[in-house]
Every structure is written in structure tokens, then in C-alpha cells.
Design a protein around this ligand. Structure first.
Ligand SMILES: [Zn+2]
Length: 253
């Protein structure tokens, strides 16, 4: 079984994912908890939480790569859930690496770039400003599709159930922002977008979408943020020959 020093792996990830380019991200991106020195097995997951940590320990994972880590805006106190989570990792000597906004944005491995690919949309450009950076993409279907046909495709490729609020009769130009990206609707008119695909629903988007005649497709925060971690997992397996397992813990939300 192949192994890689922790430092080598984390510096590769830091560079590849451009994590220093997102100083305004609340997430402390990069190595959040340091474990053992040699990495053979990697676990990938969307959320760092007790369920995922338990699975990681059972599967003898050396490093866990997640989209939502455990350190947001710095540590204020190590007690309660924070204490429990950190002590679980330290006791098992497992490292935790988190990558939040850079993994939504990344042009190749990112959630939005991966969704674009899964839906076979032609990449048209960046879309959806968040904390001063466009983290999403917009793409075009080969030909205009019905909302029903496009939604069926979304559900199939992302293994999810959608909430659809249709205000346009067709789907052609699709804006994609994974997770809680509904506010990207403000940029939609500028690019002639007729459909906004994001993770979580929001009441606030309704009237805007109605007046802009834009379809809202909510495909789930979890489901729209699994493609990025999975792409990173495939890359680490290929580049370092490590054993990579996806720890699935869907919320259905
Ligand atoms: Zn998220």
C-alpha cells in the first residue's frame, strides 16, 4: 500500500485548490487538525461531524478531506461539540483537511464545474458573486429543454430530489451555485440566465424569480456539494495511489 507524508499531501492540496486566494472565507481552509505523519488511506465527505469521524476511524482513515470543516471564524472555546469532535480526531490520530469556497469555485475540481460537466452543459463563464469572488458557473444546454426534462436529468446525475419553481417555459442558460447560493439570482439577468440551479431553497428568491421569469431548481445543499469532494478523491487516488473512500452522510436537504 502506497503512502505519502502528510506535509507533502497538504501542500499539494493547498496549491492545487488555491486556498490562500479566499481570505474572506469564514472557513479555515487547509489542515484543521493534524494527525499522524504518514497517509495511506483518505476519507472524503461533505460534512465534518461525529458520524463521519466514527466511520473514518472504523475504516482506518489517516486523513479526512471535507467541504464543511469544524473551524469557522476561529476557535473561541474548546468545549461541548467542538471538544468532542476535536478529541475524537486527536485520539485516533486522524487529520482533518477542510476546503470550503475554493472547492465551490475551482474551475476543474469544484462543485459547480463538476455539476456543469455532469449535466453536459457548455461552460459559458463564471457566475454568482460571493465574498467578492464568482464561485459558480453558467452553462448552456445543447438545445432548449423542458423544465421537466432538465429536472429529471439533475435528479439522476446528482442522486437527489429537487424542489422546482418554474417561471420560464424552457431551460437553456443555467446558472449554477452549489449549496446556499440562491442570492446569485441577482446576477442572472446580466447573463440572460433562465434557470438557477442551487442547493437550498429560499423564500426570498421567489418574487425575484417570478419577475425575472427564471426557473428555480433546488437540488439540495448536500447533493450539490458531493461532486467536488469526489473529484478531489479521484485526483488523490490517481496522483498518489492512495486508498480513497467516500463517507456518505446525506441530509436530504
Ligand atoms: Zn456548503
Amino acid at each position: 500500500m502506497k503512502e505519502t507524508p502528510l506535509r507533502q499531501l497538504t501542500s499539494f492540496l493547498d496549491t492545487k485548490l488555491s486556498i490562500t486566494d479566499f481570505p474572506n472565507d469564514e472557513s479555515s481552509n487547509g489542515l484543521q487538525v493534524e494527525g499522524r505523519d504518514r497517509i495511506k488511506r483518505i476519507g472524503i465527505a461533505v460534512d465534518a461531524c461525529e458520524y463521519v469521524f466514527r466511520k473514518a476511524v472504523t475504516e482506518k482513515v489517516d486523513l479526512l478531506f471535507v467541504h464543511h470543516g469544524i473551524i469557522w471564524g476561529g476557535i473561541k472555546a474548546v468545549r461541548g461539540i467542538v471538544r468532542k469532535r476535536i478529541s475524537m480526531l486527536l485520539a485516533a490520530d486522524v487529520s482533518l483537511y477542510a476546503c470550503h469556497l475554493p472547492l465551490d469555485w475551482h474551475p476543474e475540481l469544484g462543485n459547480n464545474a463538476q455539476i456543469l460537466k455532469l449535466l453536459a452543459l457548455k461552460k459559458m463563464g463564471a457566475f454568482g458573486e460571493y465574498h467578492g469572488k464568482q464561485i459558480g458557473y453558467w452553462g448552456r444546454t445543447k438545445r432548449p429543454l423542458s423544465v421537466k426534462a432538465f429536472t429529471a436529468k439533475v435528479e439522476k446525475v446528482l442522486h437527489t430530489k429537487t424542489i422546482v419553481i418554474p417561471f420560464s417555459g424552457h431551460v437553456r442558460n443555467v446558472g449554477i451555485v452549489s449549496g446556499g447560493g440562491w442570492s446569485a439570482i441577482h446576477d442572472a439577468e446580466r447573463y440572460g440566465i433562465d434557470t438557477l440551479l442551487t442547493g437550498e431553497s429560499s423564500h426570498s428568491a421567489y418574487a425575484l424569480a417570478e419577475e425575472m421569469k427564471i426557473n428555480l431548481i433546488y437540488a439540495g445543499h448536500y447533493a450539490t456539494e458531493t461532486p467536488g469532494v469526489q473529484a478531489v478523491g479521484r485526483l488523490l487516488k490517481k496522483k498518489f495511489g492512495l486508498v480513497v473512500s467516500f463517507i456518505d452522510h446525506p441530509t436530504g436537504l
